[in-house]
Ligand binder design. Sequence first.
Ligand SMILES: [Zn+2]
Ligand SMILES: [Zn+2]
Length: 237
Amino acid sequence: MITAFSTDYHTHTIASGHGSFDTITDLARAAGKKGLRILGITDHAPSFPGSAKESYFRSLLSAPKTKLGVEMRYGVELDILDPEGHVALSDELLSKLDYSIISLHGKVISSMGCEDNTRGMIAAMDHPGVLIIGHPDDDEFPLDLEKLLFYAQKKRVYPEINNASLMPGAYRRGCKKNCTEILRICKKLSLPVFLSSDSHGAKHVGDFSYAIELLSETGFPEELIINRAGGLYPPGI
Ligand SMILES: [Zn+2]
Ligand SMILES: [Zn+2]
């Protein structure tokens, strides 16, 4: 079983407007304690109620690249806004951030139906810097996973196995079943996955325990986990 990880690419600070008062520095400290080499900060885009404005994401362009000995990456968790894959930040800004996560959130839109949810996700992969498909594991937003992951592979975007989705009491539904299906398809395609904490605040930074449990249960190959220690690094991040 894998126990060492180099990175957590999906975390939120106080700037997301819910779930925590912790700052970027608080999260960097937690990442250092967990032994992570790199930490990715991905606050919710301005389309998410209560989250930061565009000016926050623009200010991240000049934020320190190292904090408390941890290499920092600054990105955003984008909401898919429609079946055409529109998002709330401009391609100009997205091309300057380190990377983005694309997600469907019930606080932003209602499900558009399986076909259009999938279409919106695939279209959004074409924005600059999109790297990760955020929690495509929620019964509230049905997806054609075979199709989604086929295009992900073509466009060099990678699904995450989201630890927060798999925690007891998680608010997304059907996640274990859906993550098992994601892992089955990724294994078939040899498509690598990220494990992510989706920690709101410092508390769960680098915590992939439930994701690891599912990977063991499903016999998912270790070499397809991008952010294990010594693992693959996608170009550009
Ligand atoms: Zn999310
Ligand atoms: Zn998130």
